[in-house]
Design a protein around this ligand. Structure first.
Ligand SMILES: C[S@@+](CC[C@H](N)C(=O)[O-])C[C@H]1O[C@@H](n2cnc3c(N)ncnc32)[C@H](O)[C@@H]1O
Ligand code: SF4
Length: 410
């Protein structure tokens, strides 16, 4: 089941933010995340806030029908406009994620984007992305999205090998994601991403190389490669516990990461975040960069998180409860917190250290600085960047990023 939401203080019924959150807002970029909480089937490894038709029926989510979803989400965009008041910022990025956004009609995704455009306006060079499952799009669908203003698309490829896709419960056939890239390019998308997962039980180094080769051969300008996380409570975790499939160990993950770096860089991709590679600056995902750099974003949809000026809040998780709140004219916010300065410092280190540009050493306290010095000596942080006052991971450091961060936040 999807993971649990954090605790926090209640969000006021009208969703109003403390005045402090809007101080200096004009200088920060603003992005929108639009969550679509539906999937045709649930992949055994996934604990995102998404529901199949059967799960929705069994949890009484009648109000949460897919047919009304675009209109419901547009209500939250209008609420955002009221809460942000006369904030003049045009929206810099819009990212439709899921779930499976492409289970909705293309016209629905365009309607959701139009709500943002009508209420806020889009920056001239706005990045507008949707995630898409390879089996759920065709050239006509992609053309409709492109005509409606989407200029970036992210396909969940995961693997090129049939037996790996099977362990992951993916329903597309090998070769379909690569065909999707060609269809997206033909439809005029400027930027195309493929998501890959490594370390699936039963995957060999050779399988992983084949997946990378197929991905780069398809011609995307962005690749995300994630180590498979076995989330508690998922079908995959249960299968591993029962001994039906083996667990992958950390050494295998490290080897696969090195293979990814080797093959992606040979194909002209540069890493810009530990799990993300792009063929150019323009190919980077600006929306994710807004998250990583602590900008403002409003996340609409059930369970979505938002952050404006140091206030973080999250919506009720169930699509039925979400729709009911908006239908009653209430904010769907379930809780919020005002991030104390120390939490913001730690979060900046956590996120910025994973970026190619690293994080400024001035964010570190004396214990963290001492740890950074040791990390340079251990070959985990780049000496030259350290000399310029920045903590930047080396390739070895990227393999151990979580451990390096733990030491630096002290
Ligand atoms: C939540 S999915 C949504 C996109 C779309 N539904 C799909 O599956 O292609 C976004 C991406 O997160 C990654 N992901 C999801 N669960 C994961 C897990 N447990 N471990 C590693 N990556 C995961 C997958 O690569 C996936 O493409
Ligand atoms: S299709 Fe994507 S969001 Fe849906 S269950 Fe699978 S990984 Fe999760």
């Amino acid at each position: 089941m999807p993971s649990v939401l954090p605790d926090g203080e209640p969000v006021p019924e009208d969703g109003a933010l403390p005045a402090s959150a809007l101080v200096g807002a004009g200088e920060r970029p603003l992005g929108f995340y639009l969550h679509v909480p539906y999937c045709a089937t649930r992949c055994g490894y996934c604990d995102f806030n998404t529901y199949t038709a059967t799960e929705l029926r069994s949890s009484g989510g009648v109000l949460a029908s897919r047919d009304n979803y675009a209109a419901t989400l547009a209500d939250e965009v209008r609420l955002a406009r009221k809460v942000l008041g006369d904030d003049p910022r045009p929206v810099r990025t819009v990212f439709v994620g899921g779930g499976t956004p492409t289970l909705l009609a293309a016209a629905d995704l365009v309607r959701m984007l139009d709500a943002v455009r009508e209420e806020f306006g889009l920056a001239e060079d706005a990045e507008v992305t949707t995630e898409a499952n390879p089996e759920s799009v065709d050239p006509a669908y992609l053309a409709e999205l492109r005509a409606g203003g989407f200029n970036r698309i992210s396909f969940g490829m995961q693997s090129a090998r049939r037996h790996v896709l099977k362990v992951l419960d993916r329903t597309h056939t090998p070769g379909r994601p690569e065909a999707c890239v060609a269809e997206a390019r033909a439809a005029g998308f400027d930027h195309v991403n493929l998501d890959l997962i490594y370390g699936t039980p039963g995957e060999s180094d050779e399988d992983w190389r084949a997946s990378l080769e197929a991905a780069v051969g398809a011609g995307p300008d962005h690749v995300s490669a994630y180590a498979l996380i076995v989330e508690e409570g998922t079908g995959l975790a249960r299968r591993i516990r029962r001994g039906e499939v083996p667990m992958t160990d950390d050494d295998v993950h490290a080897d696969r990461y090195l293979i990814a770096e080797e093959m992606l860089s040979a194909a002209g991709f540069d890493w810009y975040e530990v799990s993300n590679w792009a063929t150019s600056e323009a190919g980077r995902c600006l929306h994710n960069e807004l998250y990583w750099r602590g900008a403002d974003w409003w996340g609409t949809g059930p369970g979505a998180h938002s952050h404006v000026g140091g206030v973080r809040w999250w919506n009720v998780k169930h699509p039925g409860a979400y729709a009911a709140a908006l239908a009653a004219g209430r904010s769907p916010g379930a809780g919020r917190e005002l991030l104390p300065a120390e939490d913001r410092r730690v979060e900046r280190i956590l996120l910025e250290l994973r970026l190619r540009e690293g994080c400024p050493l001035e964010l570190l306290k004396p214990a963290g600085r001492a740890a950074a010095g040791r990390a340079v000596a251990d070959g985990l942080l780049a000496p030259e960047a350290y000399g310029r006052g920045r903590a930047v991971l080396t390739l070895r450091g990227r393999l151990l990023a979580d451990a390096v961060v733990r030491d630096l936040v002290d």
